[in-house]
Every structure is written in C-alpha cells, then in structure tokens.
Write a protein that binds this ligand. Structure first.
Ligand code: PGU
Length: 405
C-alpha cells in the first residue's frame, strides 16, 4: 500500500509563516507571536478597520452588485485609484496614460507577475535585491525566471544603512539590471535611505539605466502618511523614467487574507504602456485567469469616497502611531533594566519591524524559555507587541543578552 508519492521529501516550514505554525502549537498562556508582520491591537487581537467594515456593508447593501468574473487585469476603478495612491494624484505619468496597472494577488502576486513579465520581455534578466531582504523575494524572482543577485544594504555594526556599499554594488551592476527597492519601511531592517540618499540612488540608477522595481508593502506604515511613504517612488517617476511598483493592501488596509494588490509599470509612452498591459494579460491568464473581486471592491470603495478615505488615513495613522509607541516602550523597558548594549536602533528604525541584532541562539533561547516567537534573524514584529507584553519581551531580551536563564 505504498503511495506513488512515498518518495516526496518533507519540506521545511516557511521561515516566516512557519513561526506562526510553531506558535499555534505552544500551550503556554504567556506565548507571544512576534514573527509575522501582521498588526495587532493593544489587546493583541487582529484588527478589521472600521472603514473596511463600512465599505463592506455598503457593498452588501448594493443590490446591483453581481459576482461575475473580473477582467484579466482586474477592477478598473481599483487599478486607477491604486496608481493614484502610489504615484500621487497629480502624477504626469498617470495623466499621460503611461502607466499600465493590473490588479494582482496582494504584494506577492504583484511581484510574481512583474517578475515573469520582465523575464519574458525585458532584455536584462538579473534582479538585484537588498541584503538582507524579505525572504520570499529571491524565491519569487527565481521562479519567475530571473536570476537573483544581492546588493549591500545594511551594516550590522552601525545597525544602519550601508549606503557606500549599496552605491558601490549598484554601480558595478550590469547596465540595465533590475533593482528591487523597498519603497519604505524596509523589511526586515526597518532602515530606509533618507530623501537625499534616495536622490543619489536615483541619479546613479538612471545613469546606468538600472530598472527600479519598487516593493511597496507598507505605504502609510512607516511615517503614518501615505504621501511621505511614497516619496521614494515618486522621485523616480518625476524624472520621466520607467519603473515598476508592486503594491499591497495587506498591511495598510488590514486586508491580509483578501489578497489585494496591484502591479504598475510606468512607461515612457502611452503606446508602450498599452502594449505592456496586453502582455501582462498573457502572464496572468494561464496563472490564475483573473483576480478576486471582493478585496478590490473594498479598496476601490474606500479610495473613491472622500469620507471613507479620510477615515482610512486616520485609522492608518493610529496603527503607525501605536507601533512607534511600542518602540519607545520597549526601548525604555530595556534602559530601565540596564540591559547591556545600545538599543537606540529600536526607536530609530521604522515600519513594522525591529531588527534587534539578536542572534539565532538568543532567539531560540527566548522561544524555549519565554515562549516568544520570532524569525531566527532576530526580527521582531513591533505590531505584535502591546504595553501588556513589553515587560515580558524586555525580560526575555535581557536574559538572552546577559546569558541568564
Ligand atoms: N513585500 C514585503 C517587503 C513584505 O514584507 C511582504 C509581507 C510582502 C511583500 C507580501 O505581502 P502580501 O501579503 O503578499 O501583500 N511580509 C510579511 C507577511 C508575511 C509574509 O512573509 O508573507 C512579513 O512578515 O514579512
């Protein structure tokens, strides 16, 4: 009675999502999941934004709505409004119809579709990703048919940006290479270039015809402002050059499981953009045919109604502010305990994560002894913390650093 699949090897759990699997099996009442980047309330609960609930009620009440297939490229309103959100309402690229936008399955799907389009139609097949980066990036781009290389990004000694290293590596990349850039709130480091540094990166990349591919998974989460967090992308679009952008509404609208996102390709001409769109359809159709309706309808409803939009920006700011408060509380707790080391990076880094600098042994210790779950690279999701759990985390970090169980 042997299975034809008997020889299939068991695959390891995913380095990020596997943390949640391990956490779920833990029976301790004090367990804490700081692995996945998912927002939690002060009570440690997942949050459905009030504005999302309002939009959903509107959708349910609308008797004219049907459940027909969306077009291959997704919901037209959603695509237009998503491009406006990231590039800005007054973006010349949008006004000149130079942007091809397709609705995709959240940030991941947008990166995957963009990667496959580039592998099929772009002359340079190498994509440079930051070191370190979100663990799924290399897998997504390799499967899309690109070859993946890295550029220096983070300096563990300063716990800041390795700007020199970054410029050096991009400077020696082959002309035309694709460069993956985190639009804001770099995952896992929480370290972003300043606007002046972005400007230098732009000049270097344009001088070498490197093609920017922005991953925007945290617009609004870094600073609390949607416009400020899109600045990096906008300075690249303002110079009239081309780029790609993958957007996710998982975090900033809390629509994680709805899988709603968009891929935009900014082209030099409207003609190129319409041809690009026609080819994106050929990438999408055999992959999943067309995207899901519900999440995109929620996003479009919120983005097109000024009252809902304003409510969204307030709720988004509140999430970003709570994360910033958690940084301060954790930093203060470690200071108060006199935990050895400089922990100021906790308050300096931005976005959902703190890249603590804890090593994998320390992480394992914290999981075994304190039931605190996080990725082995020492990244903690600040959004998973609350005032109630900060002392427990501070105790665990203190013990891990001082070697006391
Ligand atoms: N890009 C970056 C930089 C991300 O951090 C994430 C999510 C995504 C894209 C993809 O998000 P979508 O849900 O597909 O829109 N990273 C989180 C969530 C868990 C995961 O690994 O997917 C994280 O914890 O790193």
């Amino acid at each position: 009675m042997s299975s034809v699949f008997a020889n299939v090897l068991r695959a390891p759990e995913d380095p990020i999502l596997g943390v949640t699997v391990a956490y779920s099996k833990d029976q301790s009442p004090n367990k804490l999941n700081l692995g996945v980047g998912a927002y939690r309330t002060q009570e440690g609960k997942p949050l459905v934004l009030n504005v999302v609930k309002r939009a959903e009620l509107m959708l349910v009440d609308d008797q004219s709505r049907v459940k027909e297939y969306l077009p291959i490229v997704g919901l037209a309103d959603f695509n237009k409004l998503s491009a406006k959100l990231i590039f800005g309402a007054d973006s010349p690229a949008i006004q000149e119809n130079r942007v091809a936008t397709v609705q995709c399955l959240s940030g991941t799907g947008s990166l995957r579709v963009g990667g496959e389009f580039l592998a099929r139609h772009y002359h340079e097949r190498t994509v440079y990703i930051p070191q370190p980066t979100w663990g799924n990036h290399p897998k997504i781009f390799t499967l899309a048919g690109l070859s993946v290389k890295t550029y220096r990004y983070y300096n563990p000694e300063t716990r800041g940006l390795d700007f020199e290293g970054m410029l050096e590596d991009l400077g020696s990349a082959p002309s035309g290479a694709i460069v993956l850039l985190h639009a804001c709130a770099h995952n896992p480091t929480g370290v972003d270039p300043t606007i002046e540094q972005w400007e230098q990166i732009r000049q270097l990349m344009r001088s070498k015809s490197l093609l920017p591919f922005f991953d925007s998974a945290y617009q609004g989460f870094a600073s609390g402002s949607l416009d400020a967090d899109a600045q990096s992308v906008r300075i690249f679009v303002a110079d009239g050059g081309e780029c790609l952008a993958a957007q996710s509404y998982a975090k900033n609208m809390g629509l994680y499981g709805e899988r709603v996102g968009a891929l935009s390709i900014v082209c030099k001409t409207a003609d190129a953009a319409s041809k690009v769109e026609s080819q994106l359809k050929l990438v999408i159709r055999p992959m999943y045919s067309s995207p899901p309706l519900h999440g995109a309808s929620i996003v479009a409803a919120i983005l097109k109604d000024s009252d809902l939009y304003n409510e969204w920006t307030l709720e988004l700011k509140a999430m970003a502010d709570r994360i910033i408060c958690m940084r301060k509380e954790l930093f203060d707790a470690l200071q108060a305990k006199g935990t050895p080391g400089d922990w100021s990076h906790i308050v300096k880094q931005i976005g959902m994560f703190t890249f603590t600098g804890l090593n994998s042994e320390q992480v394992t210790f914290m999981t075994n002894e304190y039931h605190i779950y996080m990725t082995t690279d020492g990244r903690i999701s600040m959004a998973g913390l609350s005032s109630r759990t900060v002392p427990h985390l501070a105790d665990a970090i203190h013990a891990a650093v001082t070697g006391k169980a």
